[in-house]
Design a protein around this ligand. Structure first.
Ligand code: ADP
Ligand code: MG
Length: 251
């Protein structure tokens, strides 16, 4: 079982869209996938039309692995389950802090799922705290959406240093361009230059600004489902191929 985390300290960069679309794409290939919605706002759960059970609070999930099992719901798609966000996930940081071995807790929580799933996709809230540390430890690959703007380079480099300070291998960190608008000169330039300059490896497939991806909230379906031939969905597919390889999963 491999664990892929969509992470950025920034909000609105396309983490949830990527988590939802990549999870759906993987499942369509027959990869048994679990989407873990850690963001209390529950956007990923919303896209999959799934609500958390009332009893699946963060405290219970952290203390009892059987509860995790019971919190997992099926989606409308074969091979794709979700652990939906519960509103108590707002307290995730504090709840994690209160348990022993906080930093490795998430990884341990996921261990029993090895039998059931080939891939866990984590949709992260935008924080750089204990939750992020726990995610970094649980993940085989931390995938960071980068919108090609001037400040994103600094944000990405901060994350790289954070990784280093935590003693995590650099190979576990990978960026991809998100919300790319090729009509903009700055975007085209950044796409050329940043991967060369950056000490963080970049995926080759950028995700463009796409009205289809933006519309996912209306139909509450992954773009790879309702518009599989759109530029947005095809970009997701290419990104998935790179991610799959980076995770060492079979082609
Ligand atoms: N490639 C894209 N093209 C157009 N809109 C997008 C794209 N990716 C995300 N969005 C929109 O941008 C907003 C933020 O995206 P989201 O995935 O929720 O970001 P995050 O999870 O990083 O906060 C949402 O309204 C979403 O519909
Ligand atoms: Mg999100």
């Amino acid at each position: 079982m491999k664990v892929l985390a969509l992470y950025s300290i920034k909000g609105g960069v396309g983490k949830t869209a990527a988590a939802v679309n990549l999870a759906h794409t993987a499942a369509e290939e027959g990869v048994r996938t679990l989407l873990l919605d850690l963001d209390a706002q529950g956007a990923a759960s919303f896209y999959f039309r799934v609500r958390a059970r009332r009893k699946s609070t963060v405290d219970r999930l952290l203390e009892d692995r059987d509860r995790v099992q019971r919190a997992i719901r099926a989606t409308d798609y074969e091979h794709l389950d979700i652990l939906p966000a519960h509103e108590s996930f707002r307290r995730l940081e504090r709840a994690l802090d209160a348990v022993k071995k906080s930093r490795s807790r998430l990884a341990r929580m996921l261990k029993p799922q090895r039998r059931e799933y080939d891939l866990v996709v984590i949709d992260c809230p935008p924080t750089l705290t204990l939750v992020a540390e726990a995610v970094f430890r649980a993940a085989d690959l931390v995938l960071v959406p980068v919108v090609p703007t001037t400040l994103s380079e600094r944000t990405l480099d901060m994350l790289r240093r954070e990784f280093k300070e935590q003693g995590l291998p650099r190979e576990r960190l990978r960026a991809f361009f998100s919300l790319v608008d090729r009509r903009k000169r700055l975007h085209r330039d950044m796409l050329e230059d940043l991967p060369r300059r950056s000490k963080v490896a970049f995926c080759r497939s950028p995700i463009p600004v796409s009205s289809d991806i933006e519309r996912m909230g209306l139909g509450r379906e992954p773009v790879t489902r309702f518009a599989p031939q759109s530029a947005g969905a095809l970009a997701v597919l290419e990104l998935w191929w790179e991610v799959r390889r980076a995770l060492g999963m079979r082609d």
